[in-house]
Design a protein around this ligand. Structure first.
Ligand code: FAD
Length: 315
């Protein structure tokens, strides 16, 4: 069976959930091999984690040369690995970094690239949600090794034992790839909530909050959810842009999306329409958001959300 390379998404060796989702998808396409670009010393520990999700092989590319630089060296390392392994496909998480790596890699190896897939089946044939979620498109790479970036929450991670054989891979990084260097990096202040794009549940607030995000945060904490926002809330200065969901913000696809005080403009929908279950709380029963919900509550978010949070916390 052909190898399918999966680029491990991690922060200092802490593997992020989209990696397990990609490994689950990779099993449909061939034999999953995970690629860890990070500290070589963490390779064995990372391999233990990914083998539980079916990784037969784990390539460890020690980042001594790569650390401190932006994405170009990672694309070079993947290029060299792809040339050696001739995989059936390469799956990369649809993060900002992942998409940049994928674009550079596609040019380097002369392959077709599909970004932001929400599903990948045998072929590989991808499914994407486009034009603000109004169309679903099936696509296929027709040239070279298919390179596909997959959105978080596109598959439920399935555990299955792989061999997890570690293979060190020494990549050569050109001077050109070291053309941009990180000069400082600070971790964001920890909120204790999951990261917005990979959260299984998201509670988002809009202009209807009138700037009071307490009910949003209260329900998010009761659900173990991430907090999101509409552009109106961001533009009003109530919450930073990193929380914005939509055409000019982040795209989320959680199991549960709660939109509170959000009207449901097309640009907002573009970022949340592929959520599995959508709930809206809005005091206007004519609000367009109700057209796409699974459950709708006509009411004031300031009373509905705390009541829901209280009930959930009791259970
Ligand atoms: P509104 O449309 O003002 O809706 C507020 C809602 O809150 C109303 O439905 C109201 O009934 C309800 N409400 C009020 N008080 C309460 C209460 N107490 N309890 C319950 N409900 C209440 N928008 C995005 O979100 N993301 C984007 O990425 C984005 N990108 C854009 C890009 C472009 C190029 C353009 C032109 C626009 C973009 N927008 C984006 C803006 C978008 O068009 C809308 O203006 C925006 O989404 C509206 O935000 P909102 O729903 O919070 O506010």
């Amino acid at each position: 069976m052909s190898e399918v390379l999966v680029l491990i998404d991690h922060v200092d060796g802490a593997v992020r959930k989209p990696t397990y989702e990609l490994l689950t998808i990779a099993k449909r396409l061939g034999e999953p091999s995970a690629v860890f670009i990070g500290s070589g010393a963490q390779g064995a520990e990372v391999a233990e984690k990914v083998k539980a999700y079916g990784a037969e092989k784990v390539y460890v590319v020690d980042d001594a040369q790569i650390k401190g630089y932006l994405v170009a060296p990672k694309a070079e390392a993947l290029q060299q690995l792809a040339e050696k392994a001739s995989p059936a496909a390469i799956l990369i998480p649809s993060t900002a970094e992942g998409k940049e790596i994928a674009g550079r890699l596609a040019i380097k190896i002369g392959s077709g690239l599909i970004t932001d897939a929400v599903d990948v089946q045998e072929g590989p044939v991808t499914t994407q949600s486009v034009f603000a979620g109004n169309y679903t498109v099936q696509a296929k790479v027709t040239q070279g090794t298919p390179i596909i970036t997959v959105k978080p929450n596109s598959a439920a991670p399935e555990e299955s034992a792989g061999a997890g054989t570690v293979e060190e891979f020494a990549a050569t990084v050109s001077d050109a790839a070291k053309g941009a260097q990180i000069v400082a990096s600070q971790p964001r202040k920890a909120t204790g909530r999951p990261e917005l794009t990979e959260a299984a549940a998201v509670v988002a607030g809009g202009r209807g909050t009138a700037g009071n995000f307490e009910p949003i945060e209260g329900l998010a904490d009761a659900l173990g959810a991430a907090v999101g926002a509409s552009r109106a809330a961001v533009d009003s200065g109530w919450i930073p842009h990193t929380f914005q969901i939509g055409q000019t913000g982040k795209t989320v696809s959680p199991q549960l999306y709660v939109a509170a005080g959000i009207s449901g403009a097309i640009q907002h929908r573009a970022g949340m329409q592929t959520s599995k279950t959508i709930v809206a709380v809005n005091k206007d029963e004519e609000a367009p958001i109700f057209e796409l919900v699974d459950f709708g509550v006509v009411g004031d978010l300031n009373s509905v959300l705390p009541a829901a949070a209280e009930e959930i916390t009791k259970r």
